[in-house]
Design a protein around this ligand. Structure first.
Ligand code: ADP
Length: 326
């Protein structure tokens, strides 16, 4: 090892150091750069606040550690064009993001649009089951071909790549982030009007990767009539503001149940904070979904496309009105 102490690692490199971290293998123990790294935080593009450990930052570095450069967005394959990317977000799990994503996809498809779904909930994927998609995805040397449903909705979900639906995904943040990017940039999406992204719960690594690396145009925020959910949704609303993506509106799921006998709408929660959240953040409530066992059964049986209601017609109009020139 060189007598001269390297200014970055002070001679602590795991391999022979010539006194210049930038020339070493990047296996520097003190700065914790992962293998393959130049050892120079400025060049690896990790996002700000990064520990300098490429394995911990949860993205494959489109940003600029110590630089103010915004993260670079990933590109589609040359055979694909997507007019509008919409993330369906909540912050909370179990509130119906996948249900809203699926119903929105079905209604957009029935209205005549070409639609894709990217299931970014890698550890809790639902889209394959909800649409009853069979078989594993296959690919060619350039990328993966999405599954196609009877209505022509193209979908990619991690369960379509696992030997069986019950195999758990035990990957850490950076791997998850890489998968999300591949689901966008290495899929033969073809021509789509809309790509809907079914977001995972929370505002962590994967959500950040989606907003930093994918060109998300708009967010649909899902909530339920509960103060607890509203509190978490407020975090997601603040996240949307920070990543500078406009929110189309709030969809209140499980808003009521409809009486089979008289059609009366019964509110079963008396802690409905949705109007307060809407007013506080200047958002519009663009849809209210009932708790409907038919919906739950169809999602369980993979027949959601057969649902014949148009529960999200207001949202469909809203995303079309806000749309780019098609
Ligand atoms: P998330 O994606 O937010 O985790 P899901 O969409 O997976 O939530 O919904 C959680 C569960 O609730 C699923 O079993 C789903 O079928 C059911 N569900 C969601 N919305 C409704 C609804 N409006 N009526 C009946 N069941 C619903």
């Amino acid at each position: 090892m060189s007598e001269e102490k390297c200014t970055h690692c002070e001679g602590e490199c795991a391999e022979e150091c010539d006194g210049n971290c930038e020339n070493c293998s990047g296996n520097c123990e003190s700065c914790e750069h992962s293998e393959g790294c130049s050892g120079d935080c400025e060049s690896c593009g990790s996002s700000e606040g990064c520990s300098g450990d490429c394995n911990s930052c949860g993205s494959s570095c489109g940003g600029g550690c110590g630089s103010s450069a915004p993260p670079k967005k990933v590109e589609l394959l040359s055979d694909s064009r997507i007019k509008k990317v919409i993330a369906v977000l909540s912050g909370k799990g179990g509130v119906g993001k996948s249900m809203v994503t699926s119903l929105l996809a079905v209604e957009l498809a029935k209205t005549g649009y070409s639609v894709g779904i990217l299931d970014s909930d890698i550890t809790g994927p639902s889209i394959q089951k909800i649409f009853g998609a069979q078989g594993e995805l296959y690919g060619d040397h350039e990328g993966i071909f999405p599954a196609e449903t009877p209505l022509g909705i193209r979908a990619v979900s991690v369960n379509m790549m696992l030997p069986d639906a019950e195999t758990p995904v035990l990957w850490r943040g950076p791997i998850l982030g890489g998968i999300i990017e591949q689901f966008y940039s290495e899929v033969h999406w073809g021509d789509l009007d809309y790509l809907l992204i079914d977001m995972p719960p929370g505002t962590g690594d994967v959500a950040m990767t989606v907003f930093q690396r994918l060109p998300v145009d708009e967010i649909v925020m899902v909530t339920t009539p509960s103060k607890l959910v509203s509190m978490v949704v407020a975090k997601a609303i603040n996240m949307a503001e920070q990543v500078n993506v406009p929110i189309v509106g709030l969809v209140e799921n499980m808003a009521y149940v409809k009486c089979d006998e008289c059609g009366h709408e019964i509110k079963i929660y008396n802690n409905d904070d949705t109007p307060y959240v809407a007013e506080k953040y200047g958002l519009e409530v663009v849809g209210k979904l009932p708790i409907d066992p038919v919906l739950a059964n169809m999602a369980d049986e993979g027949t959601i496309e057969e649902y014949d209601g148009f529960l999200l017609d207001e949202l469909v109009k809203k995303v079309a009105i806000n749309g780019k020139e098609f």
